[in-house]
Design a protein around this ligand. Structure first.
Ligand code: T4K
Length: 372
């Protein structure tokens, strides 16, 4: 086994602009003393993002509150068809909005919602479909959007992992009725905490503006029961800086992913994500799937952790089996998702991860795998 005294390796580390670039960007804030409530930076960042994402944009303080705001803005009722192979946020947003998640199984190769299984789950209580573009892949948007149109359902994509992804020449945020992005520190594009909604319908954006600011329309006018989910000026300033560097961020990630591929693609018992034709990925995560299941995966996980290498089982457990939902959902409905949750391990990935660290991580994975 390898030397355990080496430097720890994080799963991810946020990319930051030069400190001088950020200071330059926030100087005005000291002068104006307008620090939040949709100030100059907020407006500039929304405009810049809208050009980048090819859609209208509403900014939020984080991705989770953006998801809850979209569900409220569409005034959804009843059931929402979604995936359990996701982060807690997706399912919690549905439940916290008083809606019932109906779990649909995923494609065993990608972990993305399987469109072939959606129609069987539609009832007269279904109001929306909420798929997740996991790991920076793209869902089968054509199939999902066409089922939704046929049944008059809304489609809200959880695009928390998918900033910068495109399908053909279409940016990922242009599909469905709305897409929700996360700009958390662990994401490809980050504002420390932050999020955004993209879409086309101007009424959606009017509602989102109200919902994220207490329903206020003027100093003496409150027209709906909104909350507070505004992105502040410091977040927006960081977003303006990081947007200038996003292409480099994705290019560097791509290089690291291809190094991982070279080491791991032929290791017996391991499967990597397939390359999606026509999709430009952002290389948000690097998941590895162990055919033999959770014992093989956990052996590698424990050895990596022992050596100070922070890897994560995104997404184990399935959200449908969280303790807070015990007894509520039928886990037999999603066998492919269940299998993936037992197989997956996400390995460290961020632009300044040294090649030597990738080589070290891959050596551990190969060694543990090949000796079992
Ligand atoms: N939908 C989906 C599909 C999502 O994955 C998420 C969030 C959301 C919705 C909701 O979006 P937000 O409301 O978060 O905007 C992390 C993130 O907190 C979460 O944003 C993310 N998904 C999820 C997949 O990962 P943890 O609890 O696993 O992160 P943590 O603290 O263990 O950190 C992971 C690694 O990042 C560690 O190696 C440390 C490193 N790190 C972390 C932070 C916070 C840093 O280097 N710097 C940092 O500031 O949840």
């Amino acid at each position: 086994m390898h030397d355990t005294k080496q430097q720890p390796i994080e799963l991810t580390r946020p990319s930051l602009p030069d400190m001088t670039e950020y200071i330059e960007e926030i100087k005005d804030l000291w002068e104006s003393r307008f620090l939040t409530n949709m100030g100059v930076k907020h407006r500039q960042f929304a405009t810049a993002l809208s050009e980048k994402l090819g859609a209208r944009v509403a900014l939020f303080t984080n991705g989770h509150l953006a998801l809850e705001a979209v569900l409220a803005a569409f005034d959804l009722r009843g059931e929402v068809i979604t995936t359990p192979f996701t982060f807690a946020s997706t399912t919690h947003a549905i439940v916290r909005s008083g809606l019932e998640p109906v779990f649909c199984d995923v494609d065993p190769a990608t972990g993305l919602l399987d469109p072939a299984r959606i129609e069987a789950l539609i009832t007269n209580r279904t109001s929306a479909i909420l798929p997740v573009h996991v790991y920076g892949q793209a869902c089968d948007t054509d199939a999902i959007d066409s089922i939704a149109r046929r049944y008059g359902l809304k489609v809200i994509y959880d695009a928390a992992h998918a900033f910068g992804v495109s399908v053909g020449d279409r940016p990922i945020g242009s599909f469905g009725d709305a897409s929700v992005f996360s700009f958390h520190a662990t994401k490809v594009f980050q504002t420390a905490e932050g999020g955004a909604v993209t879409g086309r319908d101007p009424i959606l954006f009017d509602r989102l503006d109200l919902l994220k600011n207490f329903g206020i329309t003027g100093p003496e006018s409150v027209v709906c029961c909104g909350g507070n989910a505004k992105m502040n000026e410091f977040q927006a300033a960081l977003g303006l800086c990081n947007l200038r560097h996003i292409n480099d961020e994705i290019r560097l990630r791509e290089l690291l992913v291809s190094r991982y591929h070279t080491w791991l693609f032929a290791v017996p018992g391991i499967r990597l994500l397939p390359i999606q034709p026509d999709v430009r990925s952002n290389y948000a995560y690097f998941p590895v799937f162990f055919h033999a299941g959770h014992e093989a995966r956990d052996a590698v996980y424990l050895e990596l952790r022992r050596q100070g290498i922070n890897c994560r089982k995104y997404f184990y457990p399935l959200t449908s089996s969280f303790a807070c939902y015990a007894g509520r959902f039928d886990l037999i409905q999603t066998p492919a998702a269940q299998a993936l949750a037992g197989q997956v391990l996400c390995l460290p990935l961020y632009p300044d991860l040294p090649n030597a660290d990738i080589d070290r991580i891959c050596a551990v994975v190969r060694e543990v795998r090949l000796t079992r």
